[in-house]
Write a protein that binds this ligand. Structure first.
Ligand code: PLP
Length: 193
């Protein structure tokens, strides 16, 4: 069964509390500062909650990010990987890492290119990052199935157990290709403005 990350970015804690009270444990945020403000206190009282960073991470924010997040889904460069490894060592943490793949090869998209993936995975293993799987956001204007299929194959090639893909519009297809974490925002919380 895939786990559902409730993507709570832009929503206030009042909107999120009912899910917490219901026992939901996985939440996704895309901005470090917003996540720290919303979650630092709540996490102290609810140690079973996992906060997932699903958005782009700037290296100058890594030291704040490693304090809060349990999972980072957006590692896409050696520089970022190294910074996370250094900062989590100081805090004695072992964050669960997904490597984000630019699976559609889009110019403007975050994520590592397929041709550089092997090198990045090897590097992460050398510096002791706990890489648990791959993550992608497929191109918006295309059928996501072929990208999900390719992600599944890549994940198997590297022997990872987790695969982060699927959003409100395409999570059912992602699950067909063995997504283990789907990231659902608007289908849970409503539209973001
Ligand atoms: C916002 C976001 C989601 C959730 O999107 P919805 O379409 O609202 O489900 C999932 N993944 C990432 C990386 C996001 O930034």
């Amino acid at each position: 069964m895939p786990k559902v990350i409730a993507v709570s970015k832009t929503f206030t804690i009042e909107k999120i509390l009912p899910l917490i009270e219901h026992g939901h444990c996985d939440f996704g945020e895309n901005k470090v500062q917003e996540a720290l403000e919303k979650w630092s206190e709540i996490k102290k009282n609810n140690p079973n909650i996992n906060i997932h960073l699903i958005g782009k991470l700037q290296t100058n924010k890594v030291k704040f990010a490693v304090k809060l997040f349990d999972f980072i889904h957006s590692v896409d460069s050696k520089k970022l990987a190294k910074k996370i490894a250094d900062e989590q060592l100081k805090l004695d943490k072992k964050i669960k890492i997904f490597i984000q793949v630019n699976i559609g090869g889009e110019d403007q998209k975050s994520g590592i290119n397929k041709s550089d993936l092997n090198g990045l995975i090897t590097y992460c293993q050398e510096i002791n990052l706990n890489v648990i799987g791959l993550m992608c956001i497929p191109p918006l204007d295309d059928d996501p199935s072929k990208f999900f299929k390719e992600m599944k194959e890549l994940n198997q090639k590297y022997g990872f157990n987790e695969l982060s893909m699927g959003m409100s519009s395409d999570y059912l297809k992602a699950i067909e290709y063995e997504a283990s974490f789907v990231r659902i925002g608007s289908n849970i919380f409503g539209l973001r403005y």
